[in-house]
Design a protein around this ligand. Structure first.
Ligand SMILES: *Cc1c(COP(=O)(O)O)cnc(C)c1O
Length: 372
């Protein structure tokens, strides 16, 4: 008998309402400009994103999956990766991370995460390195960066390319280095639900490598930097100026947005006191809580109980990539940590535009009443 939703998980109209006037004005300006692909608005956002992350370059893309694919394809075009090379990937990530690797003809090698951080386990990573390993894709899952200096050291020691999937982690940092500036290249997504959401699809690549940035830019533009001169068999995946103009408005506010998420997370951390529930571990650095993810052995029962009390939750993610029908060739892999996490994780409402501090306290009280 579920009640009406009193505590929604996420409402995107709420998320954008505080920005609506500015967003509409930005759209009007692009419409009036007559320039609908590339141009000043896209360049301005790319420069602002690079400055924010602390990298020399940022290149807008059509979405986050393409940002990842363009990075791997650019390394192939530059001769630093070749089809068949192994890329280490976390076994518990969103499918897009893996799709980017396999779609470029590279071989994903699934490595189990540290269950306390949900990020790649460095010891497991080092054990998985073979002479075919050429890159590591680290995913700052849920908005947390974990043990990145050790991972960077492992990548350097083995001569591996380190790519970051920052889709969930804009503004996160560790050792005062921001997501996007840790590896050799990084991919961002501005899918509407992310900490910075576009009004549609959008993404970006950040890097300090000028040659790589140029290859990514060319590949996203039919393989061309100069009109009618194609150096690669490229794609069409560019950041529209209308999205760039709106993302620029959101980027100015990202630190406040993330602070509000962290404040809600602190409420949950302090108020949830139920011994059947594992709360997110506390690690150094800034966790930006794209998701606030708890674990429970009785997850499905807990989720039902919460819904019965008007609390909407989500599961990120119910099925790990190696169990997806599209990756049948990996179905026999033994990845017990990924399977365990898929069975136990539950994401609580954490959007500051949908959940107030008072509501987070009430949700915590409801959770504390849960008995399996
Ligand atoms: C959202 C997401 C992506 C894909 O981004 P899109 O913009 O939706 O293509 C990739 N990796 C992770 C970890 C994500 O959360």
């Amino acid at each position: 008998m579920s009640q009406p939703i009193k505590y929604p998980f996420l409402r995107l109209d709420n998320v954008n309402r505080p920005y609506a006037d500015e967003l509409k004005a930005a759209c009007a300006q692009v419409i009036d400009s007559g320039r609908y692909i590339g141009g000043q608005e896209t360049a301005k956002f790319e420069a602002a994103l690079a400055e924010y992350c602390g990298t020399a370059h940022a290149v807008g893309t059509g979405n986050g999956l393409d940002a990842l694919r363009l990075i791997f394809q650019a390394y192939i075009e530059l001769g630093q990766l070749k089809p068949g090379d192994e890329v280490i990937v976390p076994s518990n990530t969103y499918i897009a991370s893996i799709l980017a690797v396999s779609q470029c003809g590279l071989k994903p090698v699934f490595v189990e995460p540290d269950p306390s951080t949900h990020c790649l386990d460095n010891e497991n990573t080092e054990k998985a390195i073979t002479k075919s390993t050429k890159a590591i894709l680290t995913v700052h899952l849920y908005g947390r960066i974990a043990k990145s200096s050790e991972l960077t050291e492992i990548a350097n020691r083995h001569g591996l390319i380190l790519v970051e999937d920052c889709a969930q982690a804009i503004g996160a940092d560790e050792n005062d280095i921001k997501a996007g500036a840790i590896g050799h290249a990084a991919a961002f997504s501005f899918y509407p639900t992310k900490n910075i959401g576009a009004i549609g699809d959008a993404g970006a690549v950040t890097t300090n490598n000028a040659e790589l940035a140029q290859a990514v830019r060319a590949l996203g533009n039919y393989g061309s930097l100069k009109q009618y001169h194609n150096i690669y068999q490229g794609f069409n995946s560019r950041l529209d100026p209308i999205q760039a103009a709106m993302l620029g408005i959101k980027l100015k506010n990202i630190d406040n947005e993330n602070k509000s998420r962290i404040r809600l997370a602190e409420i949950y951390n302090n108020e949830i006191k139920n011994h059947t529930i594992i709360k997110p571990a506390q690690t150094p650095g800034r966790h930006v809580y794209h998701q606030y993810v708890i674990r429970c052995l009785h997850r499905d029962k807990l989720r039902e109980f919460l819904l019965g009390n008007g609390v909407e939750t989500a599961i990120h993610y119910p099925t790990p990539p190696h169990r997806q029908p599209c990756y049948k060739e990996y179905a026999n892999l033994k990845l017990p940590v990924a399977d365990m996490l898929a069975a136990q994780v539950l994401s609580l409402p954490i959007s500051p535009h949908c959940t107030s501090i008072q509501q987070a306290k009430e949700i915590s009280e409801i959770i504390n009443r849960f008995q399996p």
